[in-house]
Ligand binder design. Sequence first.
Ligand SMILES: [Zn+2]
Length: 161
Amino acid sequence: MAVAFLSAQRSKDPSSQVGACIVNQENKIVGIGYNGMPNGCDDDLLPWSRTADDRLNTKYPYVCHAELNAIMNKNSADVKGCTMYVALFPCNECAKLIIQAGIKEVVYLSDKYHTTPEMTASRRLLSMAGIQFRQFKPKKTKIVIDFNSINNPGMPDSSAI
Ligand SMILES: [Zn+2]
């Protein structure tokens, strides 16, 4: 899950940075993705707005969700039987991809859009397809990455020196 969150930091979406990480049955990473515009589509030219008078001026028709990117970025022949770790409960469109890709389990952290039609449809699809989903309960809520720690082992915040 931490790898999913680290990947999410690469997203240019100003309002929602979502990451996903797929692991195989040996818990080896086979795919990572975050939400972004399709390859070759300039994410400085396409809109990132959540609302606009014209839906074409919102991000929704263009953006690729983290789940899609993690599946498409896979470095194995397929992701059958794999588990997807994802920051947010997948929407119905991603549920379709997860099912068709053969992923067998989804582990999510937040379910903040639980009551929306997209999430309701998603739960319906995942349940019918026999895909397990469960909420991730982190042992600690924060992990700090300190690049200086390699030079100063044992000192959690070497910038304070
Ligand atoms: Zn989605």
